[in-house]
Write a protein that binds this ligand. Sequence first.
Ligand SMILES: C[S@@+](CC[C@H](N)C(=O)[O-])C[C@H]1O[C@@H](n2cnc3c(N)ncnc32)[C@H](O)[C@@H]1O
Length: 245
Amino acid sequence: MSDPQTQTNRALAPRGGSGEMFDRIAGRYDLLNRIISLGIDQGWRRRTVRSLGLASHESPRVLDLATGTADLAIMIAEMLPRANVVGVDPSRGMLAVGDEKIARAKLNARVSLQFGEAERLPLEDRSVDGITMAFGIRNVADRPAALREMARVTRPGGKVAILELSDPKPGPLSAMARFHIHTVVPWLGSILSGSREYRYLHESIAAFPSAERFAALMGESGLDVVEVAPLTFGVVHLYVGTPKA
Ligand SMILES: C[S@@+](CC[C@H](N)C(=O)[O-])C[C@H]1O[C@@H](n2cnc3c(N)ncnc32)[C@H](O)[C@@H]1O
């Protein structure tokens, strides 16, 4: 049994992956992201935007969930020059960094950020043409509720593209990837950020369901799965769904 002080500390500590946890690392998040992912993360995000299939849409409205510091929201606006993008996230610290980046990119007219959680979206039914969510669903406490919300706010035929880290299946190349995620990342994260939050990263990856199980959860939560693509030896998966008719 733990002592009362430990219990108090636990009660004060933000839940792993919560908005409060990300508030603590917001200022260092982008730099750490690039270093830890060896710069590959932007290629994964581009693939996610392409999977929405909105290149020829006249003026798509796109929701970027768990937008954080708005890397993906900005990329959507750059890749789809007629799109309007709304980014939603429960970390005010991450959103503040994102707002500065949007202003620097002169995209304020087409990209806006809102405080909110995936489980309770501040949006009308069928009001967006596509949704992206990169490295966010792992942090969501009630994933079925979040997926149902995505199905609710996407118009019929629109796509929901979820990018998430996964534990690579055993194999010689994936052994390197596993070593990177489970040993190098927590070590680099704690050295560079001076905080322990990056330990949470590999714990949450190990706790995330298999690609098959997560795709099944999408199906049970109102989305028809149209693609499940392992990327970079299965370090991440891209899951694409569309609201069930
Ligand atoms: C690893 S960051 C990803 C940020 C960004 N999408 C990117 O690609 O860099 C995860 C984000 O999930 C957000 N988050 C945590 N719980 C959430 C929830 N319930 N709904 C939506 N976002 C959430 C955090 O605040 C954090 O900004």
